[in-house]
Design a protein around this ligand. Structure first.
Ligand code: ATP
Ligand code: MG
Length: 238
């Protein structure tokens, strides 16, 4: 396997779960119900990637593709400040784009490629990867087409990640429901989770107040088990 690098999440227990952090040359899918912390984690990673290597980052920039209009510059600045980074500079190191449709989202990945070629980018976030696809291709009758497009999109992202040694993080909202299959506590509204080529799946779920629980699903070499973290003003912490 080619050499990979890692970006710390800023949460020690989560890093341990991930074997040191989020990997480059891979697509990490963050799955969880609303409010579980997917977007907060994306924000934090866009800050963490900027830290020097000795502090868990890669001294690099991020690309943030936002499909739900939930990117908050003030939140980036808050998290940057908490990590001792200059907040304005931290914001400037994030190439932000809002995706208005699934087609637009796929075009933005093409643009991302040219940015990655010219800049020191080590992280690409797509939050949420699936929202546009779900609303544009609703119901069972459109499932095959939706799945085909989504597969291509994730494959494009994985190719980009691998070719340029970049970490890709995508998010996917699911509803919390008891699931009889695979002992899996989470399940999307429209049936079971469909595989679409992500390398790893990180599951987040809500616990009391600001506590969140994370688990890795379906990985051949990550440890079983769960860790917890908190979402605070400073960001995600142990
Ligand atoms: P969705 O599926 O709806 O996109 P999500 O998984 O992306 O949900 P987030 O938006 O990441 O969820 O998490 C929202 C939670 O983060 C809120 O419930 C809130 O508790 C917490 N949060 C957000 N901003 C702050 C802050 N500045 N200080 C403390 N907690 C915060
Ligand atoms: Mg979100």
């Amino acid at each position: 396997r080619k050499k990979i690098r890692r970006i710390s999440t800023g949460v020690r227990s989560l890093d341990e779960l991930l074997g040191g952090g989020i990997e480059t040359r891979a697509v990490t899918e963050v799955v969880g119900e609303f409010g579980s912390g997917k977007t907060q984690l994306c924000h934090q990673l866009a800050v963490m990637v900027q830290l020097p290597e000795e502090r868990g980052g890669l001294g690099a920039k991020a690309i943030y593709i936002d499909t739900e209009n939930t990117f908050r510059p003030e939140r980036i600045m808050q998290m940057a400040r908490a990590r001792g980074l200059d907040p304005d500079q931290a914001l400037n190191n994030i190439f932000y784009a809002r995706a208005y449709s699934s087609d637009h989202q796929m075009i933005l990945v093409e643009h991302a490629k040219s940015i990655v070629k010219q800049h020191n980018v080590a992280l690409i976030v797509v939050d949420s990867v699936i929202a546009h696809f779900r609303s544009e291709f609703p119901g069972r009758e459109n499932l095959a087409e939706r799945q085909q497009k989504l597969n291509k999109h994730v494959a494009d992202l994985l190719r980009l990640a691998d070719a340029y040694d970049v970490a890709v993080v995508i998010t996917n909202q699911v509803m919390a429901q008891p699931d009889v299959f695979f002992g899996n506590p989470l399940r999307p509204a429209g049936g079971n989770i469909l595989a679409h080529g992500a390398t790893y799946r990180l599951w987040l779920r809500k616990s009391k107040e600001n506590i969140r629980i994370a688990k890795i699903f379906d990985s051949p070499y990550h440890p079983e088990g769960e860790v917890s973290f908190r979402i605070t003003e400073e960001g995600l912490i142990d």
